[in-house]
Write a protein that binds this ligand. Structure first.
Ligand SMILES: Cc1cc2nc3c(=O)[nH]c(=O)nc-3n(C[C@H](O)[C@H](O)[C@H](O)COP(=O)(O)O)c2cc1C
Length: 161
């Protein structure tokens, strides 16, 4: 995918709330403006990368892009699970992400347990891949140093930064 790494940020909006409740894996949803601006070559599927909330620490993340075939959503979404235990929800705050690699396509599953197991395996894969030097260096990218306040409403692609 030509557009990777892809950098974007936006305000965290409410999803269906199933991530925390059904899956025990909280996810932060981007607003439509961010989803609609994805370059055409970023296909639906599961990605890994780096994320930070407002001007906080940078953590590993996994992201699902698409229609969640298990739940048969009708609207395309970008849902990020930040691999870190946060004390509170961060709805309304600014989430900045660098998508650096692709893991797999989205799938339907026969049971919720299978979906949960697949996401846990994505998380393990992301943790390992992100320790590679070429991915670690993206944590230091100036995208994460630019002020969230001045760029909250912009969609930023790393290739143009
Ligand atoms: C790493 C990751 C992988 C996912 N893989 C799938 C998948 O293969 N199929 C699917 O239907 N949903 C998948 N999801 C989406 C979850 O079903 C979704 O995050 C959950 O329904 C919570 O959505 P909500 O925040 O809108 O409630 C994945 C989510 C994450 C974070």
């Amino acid at each position: 995918m030509r557009s990777l790494p892809y950098f974007c940020r936006g305000q965290v909006v409410r999803g269906f709330g199933r991530g925390s409740k059904d899956l025990g894996i909280p996810t932060a949803n981007f607003p439509e403006s961010v989803v609609d601006n994805l370059p055409a070559d970023i296909s639906t599927g599961i990605y890994y990368g780096w994320a930070c909330v407002d001007n906080g620490d940078i953590h590993k993340m996994v992201m699902s892009i698409g229609w969640n075939p298990y739940y048969k959503n009708t609207k395309k979404s970008m849902e990020t699970h930040v691999i870190h235990k946060f004390k509170e929800d961060f709805y309304g705050q600014i989430l900045s992400v660098a998508m650096v690699g692709y893991i797999r396509p989205e799938r339907g599953f026969g049971s919720l347990d299978e979906l949960i197991a697949a996401i846990h395996s994505d998380i393990e894969e992301a943790k390992i891949k992100l320790d590679l030097p070429e991915h670690l260096k993206l944590k230091e990218h100036h995208f994460f140093k630019t002020s969230v306040a001045t760029t909250a409403n912009q969609i930023l692609n790393g290739h143009r930064l």
